[in-house]
Design a protein around this ligand. Structure first.
Ligand code: PBG
Length: 325
């Protein structure tokens, strides 16, 4: 006897059936853990708004990185937190081989070799005293073309220190092409570029500013994208692919899943997404209150990011997730 309707619940009857028909699967190897290493501290400091995430010392970084690799995480994304005194207008610490980020890259590459993919944030904001991602012109505006040589020098220093991947996150036009040719000229043709392709000026970066002790006053709206815009990300994607990006990224993730789907549909390079500090903080805080199950929410949110088209996902929850998968 026909009921006149379709029984979609048949494929939801048991855990085994649901597992069999799942359209999206997560693998620890696709997760990347962002990590912070700070200069001049003698013990790791937990970031208040991001429980379980630390500003590491060089030693605690080595331990945490090894643990992440053992847990099966596919890559590490490193951010440096220099001493306040070491910041200046052009971000000199960024391309100084003895700058905190470059030292950490050297140590981790030495420890881990090619057992993981070591990525470096290629951006000046952690290293400038004004907190912007580029150098400023006489009127205090971020100067696109004057910033490019700084990124070139920073990327080469990171490659020299042992980064497998450099990740320009400053949203300067032409940054991918500039970095690609600088790397090639310096003999680093094998170092990849993970381009922050669609990066929006987002309130969800709030806790990151605490994590890196950012000095920023004002905002980044003249270089990061307006959250109102969708088509613009297509232009960013075409430009980055054309300039030689090996991988492209959308950031933040959860409020930008439509952008992620657009980019994934049109990119012939691997697509990453970054579940940013504010996304982590919201889930962790609600979990700590007992208002949501944080473990389940992290799993569901990262699964959704994969479903929307990311094959690589940066998340501060990477190690916990990898262990549970
Ligand atoms: C720039 C950079 C930022 C983040 C990653 N790279 C900060 C910003 O653009 O303001 C944010 C990451 C996060 O919020 O987790 N170096």
């Amino acid at each position: 006897m026909s009921t006149g309707f379709t029984r979609l619940r048949r494929l939801r009857t048991t855990p085994a059936m649901r597992r069999l028909v799942a359209e999206t699967r997560l693998d620890p190897a696709q997760l990347v853990l962002p990590m912070f290493v700070a200069d001049g501290i003698d013990a790791p400091r937990e970031i208040t708004s991001m429980p379980g995430v630390y500003q590491h010392t060089m030693e605690s970084l080595r331990v945490a990185a090894a643990e992440a690799v053992t847990a099966g995480v596919g890559g590490l994304m490193l951010f440096g937190v220099p001493k306040e005194d070491d910041k200046d207008a052009v971000g000199s610490g960024a391309d100084d081989p003895d700058g905190v980020l470059n030292r950490a890259l050297r140590v981790l590459r030495d420890d881990l070799g090619d057992t993981t993919v070591l990525m470096a944030d290629t951006c000046l904001d952690e290293f400038t005293d004004h907190g912007h991602c580029g150098v400023l012109d006489a009127d205090g505006r971020v100067d696109n073309d004057a910033t490019l040589p700084r990124y070139e020098s920073m990327a080469v220093a990171q490659a020299r220190a042992g980064a497998h991947v450099v990740a320009p996150s400053g949203m300067m036009d032409g940054q991918v092409a500039a970095i690609r040719s600088a790397l090639d000229d310096a003999g680093f043709a094998d170092v990849s570029i993970l381009a922050y392709t669609a990066k929006y000026a987002s309130a969800f970066y709030g806790p990151f500013r605490e994590a890196v002790g950012s000095s920023l006053e004002g905002d980044r709206r003249t270089y990061q994208q307006d959250p109102a815009n969708r088509l613009e990300s297509q232009r960013e994607l075409l430009a980055d692919l054309d300039e030689g990006a090996d991988m492209v990224m959308v950031k933040p993730a959860m409020s930008y899943l439509d952008i992620l789907r657009d980019v994934a549909d049109r990119s012939d390079a691997p697509v990453a997404a970054y579940q940013v500090s504010g996304e982590y903080a919201m889930i962790a805080a609600a979990g700590a209150q007992g208002w949501i199950d944080a473990d389940a929410a992290f799993y569901e949110s990262v699964l959704s990011i994969a479903r929307a088209g990311a094959s690589i996902i940066l998340t501060y929850a990477a190690v916990d997730l990898a262990r549970r998968l």
